[in-house]
Design a protein around this ligand. Sequence first.
Ligand code: SER
Length: 651
Amino acid sequence: MKTNDIRQKYLEFFQKKQHEILTSASLLPENDPTTLFTGSGMQPMVPYLLGEKHPLGVRLADSQKCFRSGDIDEVGDNRHTTFFEMLGNWSLGDYFKEEQISWMWEFLTQELGLDPEHLYVTCFTGSEELSIPRDEESAHLWQKLFQERGIEAKIVENSEEEGMQGGRIFYYSEKKNWWSRSGIPQNMPEGEPGGPDTEMFWDFGEKLGLHEKSSWKDLPCHVNCDCGRFVEIGNNVFMQYKKTSSGFEQLVQKNVDFGGGLERVAAAVNNDPDIFTIDLFDGVRSTLEELSGKKYGEDEKDTFAFRVILDHMRAAVFLISDGAYPSNKDQGYFTRRLVRRAIQFSAHLDITENFVERCTRSIIETYQYAYPLLQEKLDEIVKVLKTEEEKFRKAIERAKKEYNKIEGEIQSLLEGTSNTENTELIYEKLAGICANLYQTHGLPFEIFVEFVEKLGFQIDEHKLSRAFEQEFKKHQELSRQGSEQKFKGGLSDHSDMSIKYHTATHLLHIALRKVLGDHVGQKGSNITPERLRFDFSHNDKLTEDQLKQVEDLVNAAIEKDYPVSFQEMKVEEAYKEGVIGMFPERYDDVVKVYTIGDPTHPGNANPEEPTFSREICGGPHVEHTGVLGHFTITKEESCSAGVRRIKAILE
Ligand code: SER
């Protein structure tokens, strides 16, 4: 069965069950400023799960394009991809557990003909703390279906510690069997919908030569253990709760939210855990084999490169078709990274010509019927990708010339690696050369390794990559020292008023931590001469009382007329002294620490004490807090999931 047929069968199956079929939404979400990409099928559904009426009714299904940028570096094994399609069906307050579970069973075992002997399921074990009961209903529904096919289907607990115990249906805690956009219930912001789920797994054990007693990291294997034997193929979320300030309440309606990775379902139908062998990749995989003269699956390193290219090129084609053209910012940044990485790995497969164009044409041929937009935009996509390829290749050419100038030096350096005592030093030097080529001529690390290996040396890539990262940091620090370091702290200008608001922002930051807790951290700051705006991590709306406490603390600190000063110190020292600094990745070794009060005491937002706040910051600030005037919060609102925003003025 082809993957295109699986998609088609799924949609037809739910159409027969009175579902309206939606076309996939764009990979670039509309009206959702909290995220760059559509990463799951339910993302565009959130308003309807919360109770808004959907124009097409209460039963919906689709196959949604998804992109998860966080997975770029995971690609290369047999199951991670950045782009995938998620099959989804939704009941918006209509059917619930019984229909969903029996339909899923029917779809998997009858429509797709999957052998139930290879299917396993998990259910939510319940939580006293959350006052949410165990999902026995789902467990028993599944059990009955298995039993009808002659499978005993024992329900077991604690498989994480005790292994499979001959079970078929497993209870897990909210860590595994709860779904919300922000994960476990404890992390959900107020107002966020979520619920227990029941997940379906395919057992690749037979194929992989694994059996029940196989262990994983010396622990017994269980369906959620990541050893590769079991792969999740679908998740039925019973979205019926909404987070409140004190716990959970029922949503206005009980929803079903099903999501299942199309490619993973296809891998189960194939009974091959390697996602890259499914037919959706056949066309482009053969193109790569033809261009490279190499075969997928024959050599481990080549296979890794094949997978990266297969994933990245497919993702880039879809992203461009939705408007994310390669660039240096926002979504386009990811497209650029994907394309450039794919080109780098094509070098590993010795492909030099026609690369992006041939890949793009193969990919679009596979998807042309399911996603007609790709065919319509074919010429445009090819053009964009070829331009990007040209730019990148030119940059590499230039870098190669620079590399050639020092190849002799590299060669003699590497000849020394036969003497093991020197290896560390040699790798350090090599990394220095590589970091320099990268920094000044844009030569990517992987390509440097390719060049060096062509000299006939085997490189320990991990070792070199670690050394490279260290060298790269050193280079960055050096180049920074040359240029004036200005960390503007969100100031739009350096007018007197903006500087006052900047100091007030420090007072506000620490006052919020005092009133709400140390989980509060700066997420953003924007200052104009008219007001300050401060975004910070916190889940719940602030109460009147909390807002008042914060204002009072800030005003007390202003009245106390603390002196403001700064010292330069080492980052580690600053952290040891309890200084707040929210952007560790942006700091140099030595930082400026601004103190409101006496710099020999820790800041604790207590106006009775000599020191109110200490924070890593580039300035500028006022000299005395007394000049700030009266501080008033004018607005407190949600900014994005788990982030609140405050606007305030000084009068
Ligand atoms: N919300 C669930 C998921 O994304 C099912 O759609 O996995």
